[in-house]
Design a protein around this ligand. Structure first.
Ligand SMILES: NC(=O)c1ccc[n+]([C@@H]2O[C@H](COP(=O)([O-])OP(=O)(O)OC[C@H]3O[C@@H](n4cnc5c(N)ncnc54)[C@H](OP(=O)(O)O)[C@@H]3O)[C@@H](O)[C@H]2O)c1
Length: 339
């Protein structure tokens, strides 16, 4: 295949981390990335080049381009962590195949992206590009964290940002494996949909009786794992209301104000723990067998319809900047970028 020497990409406007100022999740891509013609990335040893079909816009991408993620930005480099596309170059048996991948060598919000040749996921033909574009970050995290909750042996589990894409995946897993999912959300209008997906209970933080309802549900169902994407005072209060041996596994910090820990004695006398979860670390440590099973299970769930990705819009690279604000304002759905 003849490859071009240049490509279009949404490149980062800043270097390093944000200093002070607004710590909120960006609501718009303007000022954070810009459309540019850049040289096609060169394939190095152990790498493969993918012609991107679709790329996901996840909260981690938004935090990254805003300088709020755990890795520094590189001005002029394409943004975007994950996507789906066809392998067009590299020393790999997957040449010509459709894969889901991390843009570990260069970002996925571009016509082409570089990835680690050993970490590409060859796809089942019955998997839609819309699901494959975001096959790794949220689905693999849901699988991994659900595994943690399951291994803990409780009959139910609590999770915040319960109406997020990831939250909806965890509801499906809980329902199908007999572990009662209890999502925590801000908006009451999400309750019905989450119930329909299989939530055993839904706790709504904006309701006046939230504290009483949470105490009641925790007493009745005894969840011992809190999977937390928010990390605010509500998360802390839920954790301290949970029974002996409870684990607070924090995997996101959507809240801007951190919580105050008021019950330090619980760490001494109730064997409670606070932990972190980061998919990149989990994938490094999981081992081939566990990782392979997770990849197979994730694809099977999408292919059979047990999971699906709710999409707000699929924007071409050259329109993403103008319309990202509108697409990002849509609740409960994911923005994709098409190359
Ligand atoms: N650690 C890891 O390895 C890892 C991997 C994957 C994902 N994550 C994290 O998982 C989370 C969910 O990702 P996603 O792609 O599924 O998200 P998403 O579909 O974009 O949804 C975001 C959700 O977060 C909620 N939210 C935002 N700010 C909030 C706040 N201050 N308090 C309470 N809820 C808030 C939103 O609720 P409203 O609808 O009410 O606005 C929405 O339901 C993100 O934090 C992401 O960074 C972490």
């Amino acid at each position: 295949m003849t490859l071009p020497s240049k490509m279009s990409a949404l490149i980062q406007c800043h270097d390093g981390y944000a200093s002070g100022g607004d710590r909120d999740m960006p609501k718009d891509l303007t000022g954070l990335v810009e459309l540019a013609e850049v040289p096609l990335p060169e394939v190095g040893p152990g790498q493969a080049l993918v012609k991107v079909a679709r790329a996901a816009v996840n909260p981690s991408d938004l935090m990254f381009v805003a300088g709020l993620y755990g890795q520094p930005r590189v001005k002029g480099a394409p943004a975007g962590f994950e996507g789906v596309g066809e392998v067009v170059a590299g020393d790999t048996p997957l040449l010509g195949q459709r894969v889901s991948f991390f843009g570990s060598g260069s970002g996925t919000w571009a016509e082409y992206a570089l990835t680690d040749a050993k970490q590409m996921i060859p796809l089942r033909p019955d998997l839609k590009d819309e699901d494959a574009a975001g096959l790794i970050v949220n689905p693999m995290t849901a699988m991994a964290m659900f595994g943690i909750a399951r291994e803990d042996g409780a009959e139910s589990f609590l999770f915040t940002a319960g109406g997020s894409q990831l939250g909806k995946f965890m509801i499906g897993l809980g329902k199908d494996h007999g572990l009662a999912p209890i999502p925590v959300v801000r908006r009451a209008e999400q309750v019905e949909d989450l119930r329909a997906l299989g939530a055993a209970e839904v706790l709504v933080t904006s309701q006046d009786d939230f504290k009483e309802k949470a105490a009641e549900v925790i007493k009745a169902r005894g969840p011992r794992v809190l999977l937390d994407a928010v990390a605010d005072q509500i998360s802390a209060d839920l954790f301290f209301a949970m029974p002996k041996g409870a684990r607070w596994i924090t995997y996101g910090r959507l809240a801007t104000k951190p919580p105050v820990l008021r019950e330090m004695g619980q760490f001494i006398f109730m064997d409670k723990r606070i932990e972190g979860f980061w998919l990149s670390q989990w994938m490094r440590e999981a081992g081939v067998e566990k990782l392979g099973k997770a990849v197979t299970d994730v694809q099977a769930r999408f292919a059979t319809g047990a999971w699906s990705t709710d999409i707000s819009a699929t924007l071409p690279l050259n329109e993403a900047l103008e319309t990202s604000a509108q697409a990002l304002a849509v609740k409960d759905a994911k923005l994709l970028i098409a190359s």
